[in-house]
Design a protein around this ligand. Structure first.
Ligand SMILES: Nc1ncnc2c1ncn2[C@@H]1O[C@H](COP(=O)(O)OP(=O)(O)OP(=O)(O)O)[C@@H](O)[C@H]1O
Ligand SMILES: [Mg+2]
Length: 276
């Protein structure tokens, strides 16, 4: 089944400036889709259209076959959870479990059900040991995991992460990516990962590149990586290892385009043996 289907969507914030028109995108159930794009390309606008924080001027956004309207907005938001960039703007309570419970309490669930959902959500993000912790004392990665848990407590089918790792250090980024991969694989949650890190996009099954409100590239992350000249025209760069391959090739070594360190190491070794 299609989790999110955007059909001929048009959207603008007003006269002039940014516009999306005839925008089409399907996200399949269980898929892990990466959305890449330079600043201002429309990634956050897309995230907001996916869960009804914004409504299209024209066209439709369907969530599991139901078109999003002003009337079913709240139901849809429970199905499509969004995690944003700054963890500090997403916390509503100072204690972890209160914060995770907030959304679930707001939809009027029974106390017992809320308790179960907090346990499920915190263990899904590997924070079960921090139920009573003070959020302000957590690391950035831990705070974002609490934010993800708050969304998970609503039992969404789709999780949209809008540059949720942008403010984190490499370790925090890895923590979030591990959690997201696990949710996709083990809980079968459909993931839309918005990022400008090519490295993160490589974990997805499919990637799209946005530019000025349009999808300009689409394919497996590996496909997109191969088209690096084109990526540069959209102000996106390759992962470090990809750049290293390109430089070695330019320097005359016959190494393949790869993102796998072992593969690259073996190719270099082989080349150096031939040359000596
Ligand atoms: N509330 C708003 N009112 C008017 N224009 C807006 C508003 N929000 C975003 N824009 C404009 O719409 C365009 C797309 O913005 P959007 O936030 O979707 O891009 P983005 O790809 O998420 O960028 P970034 O990488 O900086 O997060 C930008 O030109 C932005 O200035
Ligand atoms: Mg954005």
């Amino acid at each position: 089944m299609t989790a999110i289907s955007m059909k001929d969507v048009a959207f603008s914030y007003g006269e002039g400036g940014f516009r999306m028109k005839n925008f089409n995108l399907d996200v399949e159930e269980g898929e892990f889709l990466a959305v890449l794009g330079h600043n201002g390309s429309g990634k956050s606008t897309l995230a907001r259209l996916m869960n009804g924080l914004l409504l299209p001027d024209k066209g439709t956004v369907e969530v599991f076959g139901t078109a999003l309207t002003e009337k079913n907005l709240y139901d849809i938001r429970r199905q499509v959870g969004v995690v944003f960039q700054n963890p500090d703007n997403q916390t509503v309570s100072s204690i972890v479990e209160d914060d995770v419970a907030f959304g679930a309490e707001n939809i009027g669930l029974a106390r017992e059900e809320i308790g179960e959902r907090i346990s499920f959500a915190l263990s899904a993000v590997g924070m079960e040991g921090s139920r009573g912790a003070t959020i302000s004392r957590l690391s950035g990665g831990q705070k974002q995991r609490v934010a993800i848990a708050g969304v998970l407590a609503l039992k969404p089918n789709v999780l949209v992460l809008d540059e949720s790792t942008a403010m984190l250090d490499p370790r925090g980024r890895r923590e979030i990516m591990d959690v997201v991969l696990k949710l996709n694989r083990e809980e079968h949650i459909t993931v839309v990962l918005i990022t400008h890190f090519m490295e993160e996009a490589l974990l997805a099954g499919r990637a799209v590149v946005m530019n000025r409100g349009e999808i300009v590239m689409e394919g497996t992350p590996q496909d997109i990586f191969e088209r690096h000249e084109e990526l540069l025209t959209y102000n996106l760069t390759l992962p470090r290892i990809g750049e290293i391959c390109k430089k070695l090739q330019a320097g005359g070594l016959h190494v393949p385009d790869t993102l796998d360190v072992e593969t690259l190491a073996e190719a270099i070794e082989r080349e150096l043996k031939i040359k000596n």
